[in-house]
Design a protein around this ligand. Sequence first.
Ligand code: NAD
Length: 471
Amino acid sequence: MKNIDQAYINGEFITLSGTETFDLINPSNHQKIGEVVLGNEIDTQKAIIAAKEAFKTFSKSTVEERIAILQNVKKAVESREKDLIETMILEYGGTRQFCTMSFQNMLSSFDSMIEVLRHFKFTRKAGNTKVEMTPVGVVGIITPWNSSNSFICSKFATAVAAGCTMVVKPSEMSAMQTQVIMECFHNAGLPKGIFNVVNGLGNVVGSEIVNSSYISKISFTGSTQTGKMIAKEAVGSMKRVTLELGGKSPNIILDDADLKQVIPQAVFGAYMNSGQACVAPTRLLVPYSKLAEVNAIAKEVIQQVRVGNPEDENTNVGPMVSEKQYERVQSYIKIGVEEGAELLSGGIGKPEGLENGNFVKATIFTNVKNEMRIAQDEIFGPVLSIIPYENEEDAIAIANDTTYGLAAYVSSSDEQRALNVASWIDAGRVCVNGFKHDPLAPFGGFKQSGIGREFGVYGLEEYLEPKSILV
Ligand code: NAD
């Protein structure tokens, strides 16, 4: 049993004034593995004041000093690889495959920001005017549970690169993972007050951050629903916001694609992070003429998808993070059946032998109509919808017929053709012929998938205010 009762404020672990607690439950077997004390408004204010004080000096730090911080933190994170991966598997139920990749992403966020800093021009010229890119101020960082530490690391790296200080509110469901990352950051010997963390609830700690007049910007990753609430509140003090929200990403298979290659990729891809991934390609768009063939291949592939113990390195789909999330996914599978979609595999209930955890059957619906709720709503679980289309134009129309616009995927044996289709898709990231990630490319959503971009130069500029100096 792990008891977490401290926040990290001004370079020290301090006991919280909040007294409410939250149970940490292993999603694989429902056993209680720990308890976290939830911070309150007073704890949050202390963290905000520390960040505000630290900003006075840190905002004037040099690029070399910021690079040194990122290098030291990366080393400290690297040295706790095993703890970080094992805690994520235990507390979140992420598969070993996913948690290992997430750890590599954490490290790459430091490298990529160091790379950006080495070339970034903080002083520019516009006309006859000197333009200084100045740090926006204290940043409030609010993160979800589905890859908690990698969001904390990438947002931290960008804030430090800009010269901003920060107050972080992770998901209360990630407290054990947060504890390990706080220890890494502490061991890296950061300047006091630049990085502060308070565990707690969204409507308490999160809301205090969003409403504080000392916070200049919110960097939020989470659901579209919460993102909208934050944007409304943030406008009161005209905070800048970067909102990384939900998705319902289309995966367009053009009629010349090699189905034996792309359909297995599409099925495994939809189940990335056990389906709890904002960029998961959960709408598989295939030509009507190929639907029977696609169904046959998908049915075969699903036999190879292993749902089970996330510790096992061969497991592809672990448990849902919480019982609430399990129930949500179940309710959508029920809705899919009621809406008349054809169940190709999986369905309601838990897989045999996995009744003690939040396990969901790897589910595929086929012959899905894009207007059905299972095709429109973000389910955030291992549920794939196969949607047939008539022709290329129809495929593009269906792909864009969504309130979201985070990611999209296009496959064709003719790359130029796939690129042409990609140019018509309204999404912040379109991957052609496979799943790709580039930590230097801007990442973020069109439409209700968010506002702003993260990563690389685009991400850094969101933490900076241009100041024109006219002499
Ligand atoms: P969530 O919106 O419920 O919570 C996210 C965070 O916001 C948590 O820390 C929560 O405590 C906090 N919060 C809740 N209410 C708040 C309030 N009133 N004020 C301030 N903070 C508040 O999301 P979740 O369930 O933790 O995560 C899953 C969601 O995150 C999915 O919708 C997923 O698509 C999205 N997500 C998006 C990306 C992306 O990069 N676009 C990445 C990962 C996850």
